[in-house]
Design a protein around this ligand. Structure first.
Ligand SMILES: Cc1ncc(COP(=O)(O)O)c(C=O)c1O
Length: 628
């Protein structure tokens, strides 16, 4: 794929997806801009890594930028505030952050602290998340919204928390949950603050289509809704029902879906009001998307709206529907997760080595070569720009025939090795000819199959689970040498020994590509960054191959172009990940020691080597799970 612009880095499309946060510096490095100090120069990301390295903090690491998190919280809250003022909306906005999207203490603590000025609250989808939420001192008017399946203990804790000033709303997911709430209320004698989750029939297009509409797992249909309302009325608790919850979906790609779903949610709200339910809050759940590719289109990894447009659409739709039904404007609640945290984290790792599928110099033909080896070598003689496809076809044919002959025993190992080497040298020349062409050539697509493999120090399963599981795209780009034209193309393979552990879809300026333009590996470290990984990735990661959590570093960008290290969380050690899977590290040391001692008894190991073996085992157990 060719790119017209002069700057070598333009091929990566950083201007398109970088959101004004990520850019390429004059020195050809990825730079981070501070959205809270727009005039400050971009800070070199490799420079930050170098500084952290000197402090003993190594990659791979998740780098969190506190200023990015704060800027997104401010952006969403202020966009709602502006839309409310502009529309003359008579209610207010109270956002809550869904803890499940990033449960890391550093993130939740920061969101709560910074969010206080906006009365920003938390959403808890489980008992542990409620326990976390209740350990935070929220602003007086902030909400805690409890979703998900709840047992009596969950409900009891939620009701009791009201006694110490929390506005904890129990969102009923089913009529059965209404029964449990009524029972707990009778035991405690304390009134709950309640919500009902209504299942919308409108389906939201995109990756999470199944989580919306009739077949979604959570919430009540009309029949169940009426049953729950009747139960509350009979128990004398209808006056506690203040909030209607209608989750829109996740990563909603088309803003028209927002309007449709919000319109439907309003119909339920006005009908419930007509039924005598004293609703005051309309919670529209999550769904505000992130434009990972920067395309600004309604596609799986992009969205066709801005934060401002999302907020304006919600406010206008609710205002219109409420005015039409002559119902007071409710307090608007949303539970945006992805849009709040995605941009604030990046995964940074180093490339360990490369496997190349071309070679600079092939051996010359020799008289006693197998005739197919001579035919293969002869392709060099007619390889020109005009005959690229023909040469590609011939080289591949002869190489495949020779492989078949080798398997049947007609070609020996040395002949086969010569053939492979000649083939790789032909590929090197074909790649060079293609690279010098301005227009697409016939063999562009075939060459993608010959992309290098860059072996990288990270685990896809631990750090980028959505890339593996649901083809999520994140911007990925080398962090340095961006003033030099990338001379190779590669797919990225992780450090797990699993063939699934690779990335072969990349966002580039002119679309999604099966390989990433990269540079020949320099002597120094060559770093890669994967951007916008703050939502879901850290919490869904698993321990495949027992690669644990990476180091996590939180920094703040200063207005003077420097940065402050706010927090360092060391990644898992091997003994920690062993404990997760129920291995006791001291038992393992004892078992290993026993085998060492037996080997000394039988004479296969010298007594003086015992210490070296035991310290190697112990050092490994106490070390980082990643390549050091
Ligand atoms: C009930 C609820 N609220 C909020 C969210 C967060 O959604 P998002 O990250 O798309 O904003 C989800 C995620 O699916 C959810 O199920």
């Amino acid at each position: 794929m060719k790119h017209p612009s002069d700057a070598p880095h333009s091929i990566y499309g950083v201007e398109k997806w970088g959101k004004g946060l990520i850019e390429v510096t004059e020195g050809g490095e990825i730079g981070l801009r501070n959205p809270l100090a727009p005039d400050a120069p971009a800070i070199s990301l490799p420079g930050i890594l170098h500084d952290l390295d000197q402090r003993g903090i190594k990659s791979p690491m998740i780098l969190r930028i506190s200023s990015y998190l704060e800027s997104e919280i401010a952006h969403i809250n202020e966009s709602f505030r502006d839309a409310i003022t502009r529309t003359g909306y008579k209610g207010s906005y109270r956002g809550v952050f869904p803890i499940k999207v990033n449960q890391q203490a550093q993130v939740v603590d920061r969101i709560v602290e910074f969010g206080k000025q906006y009365n920003y609250g938390l959403e808890a989808g489980s008992k542990p998340e409620l326990v976390i939420a209740l350990a935070h001192r929220l602003a007086r008017e902030a909400l805690i919204v409890c979703n998900g399946v709840k047992d009596a203990e969950f409900i009891q804790l939620a009701i009791l928390s009201r006694k110490i000033g929390f506005n904890t709303v129990i969102v009923l997911e089913s009529p059965k949950e209404a029964d449990t709430v009524i029972e707990v209320y009778k035991e405690l004698g304390i009134e709950p603050l309640l919500g009902v989750r209504v299942k919308l029939t409108n389906q939201i297009s995109g990756k999470w289509e199944e989580s919306s509409g009739d077949r979604s797992a959570f919430g009540m249909n009309t029949d169940q809704l009426v049953a729950a309302v009747d139960k509350l009325r009979d128990a004398g608790l209808l006056h506690c029902l203040k909030l209607q919850h209608s989750h829109l979906g996740s990563q909603v790609q088309d803003v028209n879906d927002v309007r449709r779903a919000v319109g439907e949610a309003c119909r339920y709200y006005t009908e419930l009001t007509r039924e005598g339910v004293p609703l005051t809050h309309l919670d529209l759940g999550g769904g505000m998307g992130v434009d990972y590719t920067g395309e600004k289109k309604a596609t799986e990894n992009s969205i066709n709206y801005t934060v401002e447009e999302y907020c304006a659409n919600v406010v206008e739709t609710v205002a219109y529907a409420m005015d039409e039904a002559e119902v007071s404007h409710p307090t608007l609640v949303t539970e945006s997760g992805r849009a709040v945290v995605a941009t604030s984290s990046m995964l940074v790792f180093n490339v360990l080595e490369s496997t190349l599928y071309d070679a600079p110099n092939g051996p010359k033909a020799e008289p006693d070569d197998h005739h197919m080896v001579s035919d293969l070598a002869a392709v060099h003689g007619y390889l020109t720009r005009d005959r690229l496809q023909e040469c590609w076809n011939d080289a591949t044919f002869y190489r495949n025939e020779l492989r078949a002959l080798f398997r049947r025993g007609y070609v020996d190992l040395r002949q086969m090795a010569r053939a492979e080497r000649i083939y790789l040298s032909l590929m090197a020349r074909i790649k060079a000819l293609v690279a010098s062409e301005q227009d697409e050539t016939d063999v562009d697509d075939q060459l993608e199959k010959l992309a290098d493999i860059y072996h990288c120090n990270f685990s896809l399963f631990q750090s980028l689970p959505d890339v593996w599981a649901i083809d999520q795209l994140h911007p990925i780009v080398p962090l340095q040498m961006l003033n030099q034209t990338p001379d190779r193309r590669a797919v990225l393979s992780d450090i797990t020994c699993d063939s699934d552990g690779k990335i072969d879809r990349f966002i580039l300026a002119d679309g999604v590509s099966p390989s990433l333009p990269v540079h020949t590996l320099p002597e120094d470290e060559y770093y890669m960054g994967v951007f916008f990984v703050g939502a879901y990735q850290e919490t869904l990661g698993d321990l495949h191959n027992l690669f644990g959590d990476t180091n996590v570093v939180t920094i703040d960008l200063r207005a003077d172009g420097g940065f402050d290290l706010l927090h360092e969380q060391e990644g898992d050690t091997i003994s920690e990940v062993m404990a997760y899977v129920e291995f006791d590290p001291s038992d393992c040391v004892a078992a290993f020691r026993k085998m060492v001692d037996e080997a000394i008894s039988t004479g296969t190991l010298m007594a003086k080597d015992r210490k070296t073996l035991m310290s190697a085992y112990r050092d490994s157990i106490n070390g980082y799970t990643y390549y050091e």
